[in-house]
Ligand binder design. Sequence first.
Ligand code: ZN
Length: 149
Amino acid sequence: MDTPAAPTQISISSADLERMRQDVESRRPEEACGLLAGRAARETAIVERVIPMRNALQSPDRYRLDPAEQLAVFTWIEAQGLELIGIYHSHPAGPASPSETDILEAYYPQAVYWIWSKQTGEWRYAAFSIWKGSVSPVTVLLNSKAREE
Ligand SMILES: [Zn+2]
């Protein structure tokens, strides 16, 4: 089977961006992690839900999703008619780029890996696709579309 094409752009509302920012801030000094559910339209992934997840390692420099929670949320995402389009985590004291471990443990070629960093004092973010050791930047598009809850 061919590897699904990774998106080159990810679109997110300012409200969802703020949800993620608040999550990574509230979980400092641990690394925060979570999932982004939405839709993939050609090369652009569109975020529709930010889903904070437990960091099973409770570590300041590693994260791992809890397998049981991950399975439950994957099932929920599918039931909503959405797709897993991204995985976010934070580097409270590291750079906004994937670590060697992040690259080794990137199992979802079609997902966008979104990384938050507070290394410079302010939260910054960058997004990537990662597959088989190669890392490509993904452009973040901010949209102002309001979403009904
Ligand atoms: Zn990382």
